[in-house]
Design a binder for this molecule. Structure first.
Ligand code: HPA
Length: 235
């Protein structure tokens, strides 16, 4: 039992998928894992461990935004020994050619959050994923013929920004997607010398304003889960 997770030591696998939504964690456990066992329901932040292709893997929700994500990732690494943490989330696309339902694998995460400004005493940290996990995910996506882009994302503290054109500055500097968690995931993984990756389905489009329906999100989400499992179980 850690402060926010009710699992016993040993109940959580070294490889774990991290959707923001706890009901996505439940969906993944029920549809992709054999013999899933729930290890957490504190705050309804469901977490499960089961088998995928005979190998132990976990999945747990982390909520929205870096403060919530950070709490769970800290405890998963420090209290439960997680070693391969793979976010499976959604993002907004900042590039016309990257369409809704496409996959983005985050090769870096900038942020407008103060969290790393405080942590690094005003200096900037370039948060980046595990190349090993990135390669495993990219290879799986290509093998499955999924539309996938590997590129820079920005992790924002605000879904509803004061300036609706805020994203254009990031886009000008080569950022292709906006979401709310990856910078903290990558920074914590580096701090504790474990591996992390963010795989994101494009759920909305800042350039074209196109959005996905719930049914479409469900379908592309399934493809992302398979790619995420390839990374979480990377040998
Ligand atoms: N902004 C921030 N986070 C997001 C978005 C967005 O447009 N889409 C999915 N997560």
């Amino acid at each position: 039992m850690s402060t926010h997770i009710a699992a016993a030591k040993g109940q959580i696998a070294e490889g774990i998928l991290l959707p923001g939504d706890p009901l996505r964690a439940k969906f993944i456990a029920e549809n992709y894992l054999e013999k899933p066992e729930r290890f957490n329901e504190v705050r309804n932040m469901f977490g499960y461990t089961g088998l995928y292709k005979g190998r132990r893997v976990s999945v747990m929700g982390t909520g929205m935004g870096m403060p919530s994500h950070s709490i769970y990732v800290n405890e998963l690494i420090r209290e439960y020994g997680c070693k391969r943490l793979v976010r499976v989330g959604t993002c907004g696309s900042l590039r016309a050619e990257i369409k809704v339902r496409d996959l983005i694998i985050a090769i870096s995460a900038s942020t407008d959050s103060a969290v790393n400004k405080v942590r690094f005493r005003g200096m900037d940290y370039a948060s980046a994923p595990s190349f090993r996990l990135l390669k495993a995910a990219y290879d799986a996506a290509v093998a499955a013929k999924l539309p996938v882009s590997v590129g820079k994302v920005v992790s924002s503290d605000s879904f509803y920004t004061e300036d609706p054109d805020q994203w254009k500055l990031w886009a000008r500097f080569g950022v292709i997607g906006v979401e709310m968690e990856t910078a903290e995931l990558y920074t914590l993984a580096a701090k504790y010398d474990v591996e992390a990756l963010s795989i994101l389905t494009v759920s909305d489009h800042l350039v074209t304003r196109e959005e996905t329906t719930a049914a479409e999100r469900e379908k592309s989400f399934g493809a992302m889960v398979e790619v995420g499992l390839a990374a979480a179980l990377a040998e």
